[in-house]
Ligand binder design. Structure first.
Ligand SMILES: C[S@@+](CC[C@H](N)C(=O)[O-])C[C@H]1O[C@@H](n2cnc3c(N)ncnc32)[C@H](O)[C@@H]1O
Length: 179
């Protein structure tokens, strides 16, 4: 990623945003969390880290973040997050929350962008634009999660335009048999 826009929808204290930004290539780091306390801590931690990216944080449900920040569709380069896992704090509909995370990635990631997150539920991504690149089981201290990496594909019409031409069209024309 170069000059990228990074978003952690469940930023908590900002750990993932800071560590990913430290790897470089991040111009803007965005964080959302519905806990005002978490957002304040993330903001302070980001400043203290000295990471040379500009950062913006919002206290809101991740589903409202794009509207609150005025983000255009397909404007995010990477989403990296450790979502609620439903262990310490029960979540009413965890599969629904993860499905909505996939939905946000489908809408907001730029073509070629990526979603990297710890998936606590056995839910396949329902959006064809997001291709699973890797999945690794990780022990989260007594229970397993899958660390998943998805890549957002270009719109179908664009990949069709740049895709290989059909063999019949690329074949050299046969010479006419004049005999
Ligand atoms: C597992 S913690 C993330 C910890 C984080 N990686 C850190 O460095 O502290 C999950 C976070 O998601 C937030 N959260 C839960 N549901 C949310 C929602 N619907 N929208 C935004 N944030 C939410 C919680 O407040 C919590 O801070």
């Amino acid at each position: 990623m170069r000059d990228g826009i990074l978003w952690d929808p469940f930023c908590g204290s900002g750990l993932e945003l800071i560590e990913r930004s430290m790897l470089g290539g991040v111009r803007i780091a965005l964080g959302s969390d519905r806990s005002a306390e978490a957002v304040d801590i993330a903001r302070d931690n980001f400043v203290a880290s000295g990471v040379p990216a500009s950062a913006r944080f919002a206290c809101c449900d991740f589903r409202d973040f794009a509207r609150a920040e005025g983000l255009a569709p397909e404007s995010i380069s990477q989403i990296i997050t450790n979502p609620p896992l439903g262990r310490r704090v029960p979540i009413v509909n965890l599969p629904g929350l993860i499905r909505d995370l996939f939905g946000a990635a489908d809408a907001l990631l730029a073509p070629g962008g990526s979603l990297v997150f710890a998936n606590p539920v056995a839910l396949r991504c329902p959006f064809p634009s997001l291709r699973l690149m890797s999945s690794r089981t990780v022990d989260f201290g007594g229970f397993d999660c899958r660390l998943e990496h998805y890549s957002k594909s270009a719109p179908l019409s664009a990949s069709r335009r740049s895709g290989p031409r059909s063999p019949t069209r690329s074949r050299r024309p046969r010479s006419r048999n004049t005999k």
